[in-house]
Design a protein around this ligand. Structure first.
Ligand code: GLP
Length: 241
């Protein structure tokens, strides 16, 4: 893994935004996989500033990693709402090229298959940007005895409900218990992976992801098997390396 560390969270976010801007510059029709979560908020703010300065997203396609089930895209807690707020309202991605899992689909398993097909039809993910959960989850691929390769339904862990509580007024019990997520195989098929982590809370899972054995109990450890995985860490997240 290619590990890059930065003194501050803001510098880390700027570096990730520059990496994404480079991908757009090299391939205007780039296909990006994007995460929600607190970690990328400053990256998206920087991309909005870059767009104001001329960076053109018109031909870019995006696929978000995951979405909660049982809530509408317009719900304040949905990742779709999050992305509209932090990125899409401030850049010129064509709405027809913004792809999301629909957590309200009548047949959720069919919805997961549709998403896999859409990614393939778009030519596959060029750059998958990732955050990491404190328990080592990526997307919503939770630690456990097995990992699912394809896009699938997930029962969320207690830690993850707490991690996402901010989107639901700070109440973990208000977070939907289930989500849809790209699978570990979907993520690992991306040509380039850019994982970003900020803060001391992520130091232990970053250490295990980089140094530890490959284990389904730390899904991010599977990034070790990818030939082009870049890690962007602030000083605190890299503290145990
Ligand atoms: C959620 C998302 C993940 C994200 C994680 C970490 O569970 N599904 O994609 O990486 O939260 O969130 P944060 O960046 O807020 O720490």
């Amino acid at each position: 893994m290619d590990i890059r560390t930065f003194a501050t969270a803001v510098e880390t976010a700027r570096a990730v935004a520059l990496r994404i801007a480079r991908a757009v510059g090299e391939k205007p029709r780039v296909v990006l996989g994007l995460p929600a979560g607190r970690t990328p908020i400053e990256v998206y703010a920087e991309l909005r500033r870059m767009h104001a300065g001329g960076l053109d997203f018109r031909q870019v396609s995006t696929f978000n990693l995951d979405e909660f089930t049982g809530i509408d895209a317009s719900h304040q807690g949905s990742f779709r709402h999050f992305m509209d707020l932090h990125l899409f309202r401030g850049v010129n991605v064509d709405p027809a090229r913004i792809h999301f899992l629909n957590g309200r689909a009548a047949d959720l398993d069919a919805e997961c298959e549709r998403y896999e097909d859409e990614i393939i039809a778009a030519g596959g993910l060029d750059v998958q940007v990732l955050g990491i959960g404190a328990n080592g989850h990526v997307g919503f691929n939770e630690p456990g005895d097995t990992l699912v390769s394809r896009t699938h339904r997930v029962a969320l862990h207690r830690v993850t409900l707490r991690d996402n509580a901010a989107l639901f007024g700070g109440h973990p019990d208000q977070v939907p218990r289930e989500a849809l997520s790209m699978g570990m195989g979907t993520i690992l098929k991306a040509r380039t992976i850019v994982l970003m982590a900020i803060g001391e809370r992520k130091a232990r899972c970053i250490e295990r992801a980089v140094r530890g054995p490959l284990t389904t109990h730390l899904p991010a450890s599977f990034l070790q098997t990818h030939r082009d995985a870049e890690l962007y860490l602030d000083h605190d997240a890299a503290a145990l390396l």
